[in-house]
Design a protein around this ligand. Structure first.
Ligand code: DC
Length: 218
């Protein structure tokens, strides 16, 4: 069984995917963390997000893997644990920019499909159901109103950033625009995805809804 959850930032994908994977005893893979890992490596190397030649070279030497940690999976990039460093607003914007570059998407497509071979996993991202795993067993598209998504991101970011709620919402809208208008693998629901609006739902309520769908499908 392979389950995909796509949607914009702040829709609740991460908490939902984690809890769903826990309940099913599946592996949980946050593919946004991989784009963030590329962004961090690019910033450390001093690259601009549109330098395809340099990005390709960077990807060819980048080894990223997930390792279990006390509070969920840790992202290890070329031997270093970068789990906490990839969560800043700067990395969010840079990740959105590099995610539009075909060289980066191509590199991560292979990596994600390799991770998917182990099956029994919940994959969270933007193009899981449309491009990476078009044959996934169950596909969800999770959304919520922009205001509530901005508020959730703001609360999440509080410990690592001093951004105001307005700045978080502005960044989020810019990222949404980048992610859904790029040519390659834009953010959009797969035709066969089940859409859930989490604006007025708790994480538990969303997961219960997903579990009901999954139980009825298998
Ligand atoms: O889910 P996130 O905010 O951690 O993702 C960071 C960026 O990575 C997001 O702006 C778009 C990109 N991304 C993508 O293009 N495709 C994915 N499957 C996951 C993330």
């Amino acid at each position: 069984m392979l389950i995909t959850i796509d949607g914009p930032s702040g829709a609740g994908k991460t908490t939902t995917s984690r809890l769903l994977a826990d309940r099913l005893d599946y592996r949980y893979i946050d593919t946004g963390a991989l784009y963030r890992g590329v962004a961090l490596a690019a910033i450390w190397t001093g690259l601009t997000p549109d330098d395809d030649t340099a990005l390709e070279k960077l990807c060819s030497t980048l080894k990223m893997e997930f390792m279990p940690g006390e509070k969920g999976l840790r992202l290890i990039s070329n031997g270093s644990d970068v789990t906490d460093q990839i969560r800043t607003p700067e990395i969010s914007m840079f990740a959105s920019a590099v995610s539009a570059r075909p060289v980066v998407r191509h590199f991560l497509l292979d990596l994600q499909r390799r991770l998917g071979r182990e099956k029994k996993a919940v994959f969270e991202g933007r193009d899981m159901g449309t491009v990476v795993f078009p044959d996934a067993d169950v596909k969800f598209f999770l959304d919520a109103s922009p205001k509530i998504r901005a508020l959730r991101r703001y609360k999440e970011l509080k410990s690592v950033s001093s951004q105001t709620l307005d700045a978080v919402e502005r960044d989020m809208r810019r990222r949404d625009e980048n992610d859904s208008t790029r040519n390659l693998a834009p953010l959009k629901p797969a035709e066969d995805a089940i859409r859930i609006d989490s604006t007025d739902l708790s994480v538990e309520a969303v997961v219960d809804r997903m579990l009901t769908v999954i139980e009825n499908m298998v």
